[in-house]
Ligand binder design. Sequence first.
Ligand SMILES: Nc1nc2c(c(=O)[nH]1)N[C@H]1C(S)=C(S)[C@@H](COP(=O)(O)O)O[C@H]1N2
Ligand SMILES: [Mo]
Length: 429
Amino acid sequence: MRVRRRRFNDVPDPAGNGLLDRRVFLKGGAGALTAGAFMAFASSDAKAAPGEAPAGMKVPGAPLSLYGSPATFEREVTRTLIRSQPGTTGAGASRTPLEALEGIITPSGLHFERHHNGVPTIDPAQHQLLVHGMVARPLIFTVAALSRYPMESRIHFLECSGNSAVMFGTTPPAQTCGQTHGLVSCSEWTGVPLRLLLAEAGVDPRADWILAEGADAAAMSRSVPMAKAMDDALLALYQNGERLRPENGYPVRLFLPGYEGNMSVKWLRRIKVTDTPTMTKDETSKYTDLQADGKSLMFTYPMEVKSVITRPAPGLKMTGPGLYELSGIAWSGRGKIRRVEVSADGGQTWAETALSAPVLAYALTRFRIAWKWNGAPTVLKSRATDDAGRVQPTRDEFIAQNGANAIYHYHAIQAWRVESNGEVKNVYA
Ligand SMILES: Nc1nc2c(c(=O)[nH]1)N[C@H]1C(S)=C(S)[C@@H](COP(=O)(O)O)O[C@H]1N2
Ligand SMILES: [Mo]
């Protein structure tokens, strides 16, 4: 069968802004592209025949292995912008290389890290979790005991409230997408609902809060409203099918879906049931949001609706004019993503993208749209709406409302400028 090679100019662009109908890649969908739209990117030879057998077909392959690793050709795909407080090696953060990844699950080895005083070494056979305070029966759980409780698995993002903080600055950062926005990752978390353990300990009806404390050298601790603890809080033991990685809280972490990452206390050793918030150092001196008027917001838990185009994005280069699939991630600490729109003309016109299944509450959602780039410099933007109806603000709107003193909860629309040579840059536009 002969497939007609579709030329770039034949690709319909009804809105005239380069963004094609979101159903364009769906078979039989309205405005679907017929075969051949991408053929310009494969070379064609009428006499094409299988070439000589590659070297790998002539000798037996590499042996079996105990624990797999990525292809050696992918060795550049690593966590990025690893920074620690002066004089320390573990009090800092590393970021997920968002522009190198697809889908919604972050490989565990690339999950961002944020430690306030390094990663403790914890033997699961020695570790204990104490539940005490305003309870009828204080209880101590070993990891083995926790493992006997019924578990749930849920796909959720985790975002540090300091993610994208560099965007508060007066000049746009000359960084990759992951360096700017990579304090967000998404995993399948499996563990025991916290409410089961609280029920066994017998919570005093006057108790409205819990305190969660980690077994690290920072003794990271946060107060959590009882309503959240009883709703969907998880004591996570597994991440993407295997036990938690040490850097993500091994052997057990608290996981609070949609809430700022700081509250998902790693290396969890203590839950104290209380009537008021404990006002720990981590929720008074930090993780408060200084406003323009000098007042600070406290206990700002849910992460706001947010999105970013990951392909193309800074850290990747466009390879000339033509048809592309633009791809990105959206998420909200208020629930599911309802819609993501994309602009390829700096925000003058917008087109609705296709959301790839599954679209889950408090999870990264992958969006995609076909884009016909004419090779001229332009600015790409994405704008997410969540199922609570919240829409990402522009950067100007966000700064006008929150001031530029804050360092947490930045979630404005991100603009990428595409240069005619294919370079992609972070811009304020
Ligand atoms: N015990 C403890 N828990 C902690 C932290 C910490 O330093 N110690 N960092 C917090 C912060 S600020 C964030 S954003 C998340 C990061 O989780 P991750 O390292 O698994 O990505 O863990 C939170 N839980
Ligand atoms: Mo964080």
